[in-house]
Design a protein around this ligand. Structure first.
Ligand code: AMP
Length: 534
């Protein structure tokens, strides 16, 4: 017997309808690409998104077509997203930090029909335009047009404000985002309307993002990095005031918005918070309005958690996720049991990647795909499944990551605790195997950056004739700091198992990062992996 409840399709444009009707006056503030602050609200965004949808139809964009965006977090990018989704096309976020060749490959692979872009990327767009085989229309999100480029304002002026959203099956494709992938070719994750809406419900829970109408939220995590971690959906869903930081993501610029716009909740990768904390240290400024900061994308070092929590009284929620998971998987808010712990123990808990949202199933397996115990000690490959997890990549690539029971192999290695907390120890391809046992590079890195002189640390395995591999610690020092490798290794003593101790610590000017801010260990292994074993 079926239930007798309504079949109300979960479509993302319904979120914006709700926001326009019930939270229409709530502000959406942007530091524009040109610099000045721009203010609008959800009612206006809804109105202009309808124009975008209509204008797209008028130039011939059809149901299921891909429409690319190459832009920072701004109100126009948001309007474009909802307009594209509301007419049944697919927003496709391109990451401008990728190499031009990668962007060309991705846009051609996706067969994008239209490209919306920030003028900041005009030079990049004109460089790649001749090689974009399917893009027929270029729309500049601000500024004026030119012979081959339509200005966004002129583009939407041609659209109809009374445009009615399309209604269709909630499983319809809504968004496309290619994984940054530290190796291999980028693969497309194709979100559906249903997965986006369900993920927004999941991610807005009190032990997750906990967004409320009274909050002001600033997604520093870009819209092109896995849906700005759902904030572009959760903020209008709850009517939270939204602050879009635009292209300037340095410590001083972020601070200015946190302060002047009284931001209460924000989210970004650890490197953004390192530069904010550095700016605060230099200037002696405070964070009087900020209540909660979501940190994910790569492991959050202890020093960041401690600084936010003990010096600035800001609650840190360490999160783990993947583009393939929409992206949130686990969040490190304190469970009832963890809330009873001492401050020191709570911080240790927050170093873990957190406990799963409802809707995310997890298990760890060994090399033969046998499930390993949830005892906080066994570590194995982390597999996940759920309604906001990909079941395949666009055009069927990389299918070996998905098994017949619906489990997706994350490529991460983790432990699962009996208390529900998950800890990532490494990317599978970065694990260090020494004497047949695994060493967690992430754990050593976390401890190393706790040293006052250290700005950033990476640990890689280097070949060793006896032990197979041994860890090498690679460090960038803070400006003006000096320390010897012996001193640094001594600092690690007692904090890690003896056999985890890196054979050496070396100092470099820079550690290379991917387009989503992750340490590029492949490059480090190429550069430093051939050293003589110690
Ligand atoms: P992306 O799809 O670009 O967001 O990358 C996802 C990958 O980033 C995951 O599979 C992890 O390897 C890594 N990652 C994300 N969040 C964390 C975290 N909190 N700690 C450690 N690694 C993380």
């Amino acid at each position: 017997m079926l239930g007798l409840m309504q079949d109300w399709p979960l479509l993302v444009h319904k979120i914006l309808d709700h926001a326009a009707l019930y939270h229409g006056d709530r502000e959406v503030v942007t530091r524009s690409v040109e610099g000045p602050i721009h203010r609008t609200n959800y009612r206006e965004i809804r109105r202009r998104a309808a124009r975008t949808a209509s204008a797209l139809e008028k130039i011939g964009v059809r149901f299921g077509d891909r429409v690319a965006t190459l832009g920072s977090n701004t109100w126009r990018h948001l309007e474009a997203w909802y307009g594209i989704a509301g007419m049944g096309a697919v927003y496709h976020t391109l990451n401008p930090r990728l190499f031009p060749d990668q962007i060309v490959y991705i846009a051609n692979h996706a067969e994008d029909r239209v490209l919306f872009f920030d003028p900041t990327f005009a030079a990049l767009v004109s460089e790649i335009a001749p090689r974009l085989t399917t893009v027929k229309h270029f729309v500049a999100l601000s500024g004026t047009g030119s012979a081959h480029v339509i200005a966004y304002e002129a583009f939407i002026a041609n659209g109809d404000e009374d445009y009615s959203w399309k209604t269709f099956d909630e499983h319809t494709a809504c968004g496309l985002c290619y994984t940054s992938g530290t190796t291999g070719i980028p693969k497309g994750v194709l979100y559906s309307h249903r997965s986006n809406v369900l993920h927004a419900f999941m991610a807005s829970q009190p032990d997750a993002m906990a967004l409320r109408n009274a909050d002001t939220v600033m997604p520093v995590a870009p819209m092109y990095h896995a849906n700005a971690w759902a904030i572009a959906f959760i903020a209008p869903m709850t009517g939270a005031r939204l602050v879009m930081p635009g292209p300037k993501l340095d410590g001083a610029s972020i601070y200015e918005l946190l302060e002047t716009e009284r931001v209460t909740v924000t989210a970004a990768v650890p490197t953004v918070w390192l530069s904010l904390l550095h700016y605060l240290e230099e200037t002696g400024k405070e964070l009087p309005h900020l209540k909660r900061v979501l940190i994910g994308g790569s492991a959050c070092p202890r020093a960041i958690i401690e600084r936010f929590e003990t010096r600035y009284d800001v609650d840190v929620v360490h999160a783990w996720g993947m583009t393939e998971m929409s992206p949130l998987g686990t969040l490190g808010s304190l469970t009832a049991a963890a809330s009873e712990l001492s401050r020191e123990e709570q911080i240790a808990h927050k170093l873990k990647q957190g406990h799963p949202l409802f809707g995310v199933e997890m298990k760890i397996v060994d090399d033969s795909d046998r499930e390993l115990p949830r005892n906080g000690e066994a570590f194995g490959r982390l597999k996940v499944r759920g309604p906001a997890v990909a079941k395949g990549y666009f055009r069927g690539e990389g299918q070996d990551a998905f098994d017949d029971s619906g489990w997706f192999d994350t490529g991460d290695v983790a432990t699962l605790g009996a208390d529900g907390y998950m800890t990532i120890t490494d990317r599978a391809k970065d694990v260090i195997k020494s004497g047949g046992e695994w060493i967690s590079s992430i754990e050593i890195e976390n401890i190393a950056v706790g040293h006052n002189a250290v700005a950033e640390a990476a640990v890689i395995g280097i070949p060793h004739p006896k032990w197979d591999e041994r860890p090498l610690l690679i460090v960038v020092l803070k400006p003006g700091q000096t320390i010897t490798s012996a001193e640094l290794l001594q600092y690690l003593e007692g904090k890690i198992a003896k056999w985890w101790m890196p054979d050496d610590a070396i100092f470099v000017n820079e550690i290379p990062h991917t387009a989503t801010g992750k340490i590029q260990k492949t490059v480090l292994r190429e550069r430093y992996g051939k050293r003589n074993p110690g």
